[in-house]
Design a protein around this ligand. Structure first.
Ligand code: SF4
Length: 291
């Protein structure tokens, strides 16, 4: 959307509120709303920041491990959204999804929220351009769709968070290693020693630990993942880079994730001009039992 169009929408949206009844006047488009709630930002650089979350429906990707039901939403008008957030105290709004940047009329919503003085953050998959009305951009490019990103990735963000997704190349999910053991054996090849560790864990029937062991035998795939993360840093400039563990059925591949953070930072310390520093980001809200 051009700046001219945004200003025009702002003018329409700035309908007088002298009566205190409506801020949106005749411009009252509808939005696909999965949920609106107030909480603390649980992950990334702004962890702990009080915020109102507006989760929009639909997405441009379909990650197999996605934990958001972005297709179950209600249709709410702009005025209904404003009414919904009016009772909350946070002055930061996190627009999330699904993929919020593909939503029609998003700039109308952002314009009115900005007019009301909110600090606007967005969480996006980095495939689509982000409105200049956003104050803080957090993106999460998806390794499982790496070929899509070679066609297009946004150039700038405040924060990049990449989920350590071992499933792109058919690796087992973190908690279902037992059923996939034959595939691990095939892939492991010369790494017999580590495979026997995975087999021992099979007999112990400890699926969570076995999942971690199975991840350890995939050095080639991990190298591919590292290369992809480095590729992202060369094409998407950000102030902060994070790796996040994948969570499936309550289990997270934290060991694999911190090991990969270490590998990436080896590159950083070898060539700090070229490669940025990486940190771990965990979805702390899940440990804190908040939304
Ligand atoms: S991009 Fe995010 S919201 Fe969309 S499918 Fe992937 S994990 Fe789910």
């Amino acid at each position: 959307m051009s700046n001219h169009k945004i200003i025009s929408l702002r003018q329409e949206a700035e309908v007088s509120n002298q009566s205190g009844t409506s801020l949106v006047g005749e411009l009252n488009p509808s939005f696909r709303i999965v949920e609106i709630f107030e909480s603390l930002q649980g992950e990334g650089y702004n962890t702990g920041m009080p915020a109102i979350f507006i989760r929009l429906g639909r997405c441009s990707l379909a990650c197999s491990w996605c934990d958001t039901d972005y297709l179950t939403y209600s249709v709410m008008t702009l005025q209904q959204i404003l009414d919904a957030i009016s009772g909350y105290t946070a002055r930061n709004i996190i627009i999330t999804g699904g993929e919020p940047s593909i939503h029609p009329h998003l700039d109308v919503l952002l314009t009115v929220l900005k007019q009301q003085g909110y600090f606007l953050c967005i969480e996006s998959n980095a495939l689509h351009e982000i409105s200049p009305l956003i104050d803080y951009i957090a993106v999460s490019p998806k390794y499982c769709y790496s070929s899509r990103y070679t066609q297009h990735i946004i150039a700038k963000a405040d924060e990049v968070r990449i989920v350590v997704d071992p499933m792109k190349t058919g690796l087992p999910p973190v908690t279902s290693a037992t059923s996939s053991l034959s595939k691990i054996e095939k892939d492991a090849g010369e790494m017999q020693e580590k495979l026997s560790l995975a087999e021992q864990m099979t007999s112990a029937n400890n699926e969570a630990l076995q999942g971690l062991a199975s991840q350890m035998v995939n050095a080639d795939i991990e190298q591919e993942f590292i290369n992809w993360c480095l590729w992202v840093t060369q094409h998407l400039k950000a102030k902060h880079y994070f790796l996040s563990p994948l969570e499936v059925n309550g289990e997270m591949n934290i060991l694999q994730t911190i090991a990969l953070v270490g590998h990436l930072n080896k590159q950083h310390y070898a060539n700090p001009e070229k490669y940025p520093h990486w940190q771990l980001s965990i979805q702390t809200h899940k440990f804190a039992h908040i939304q």
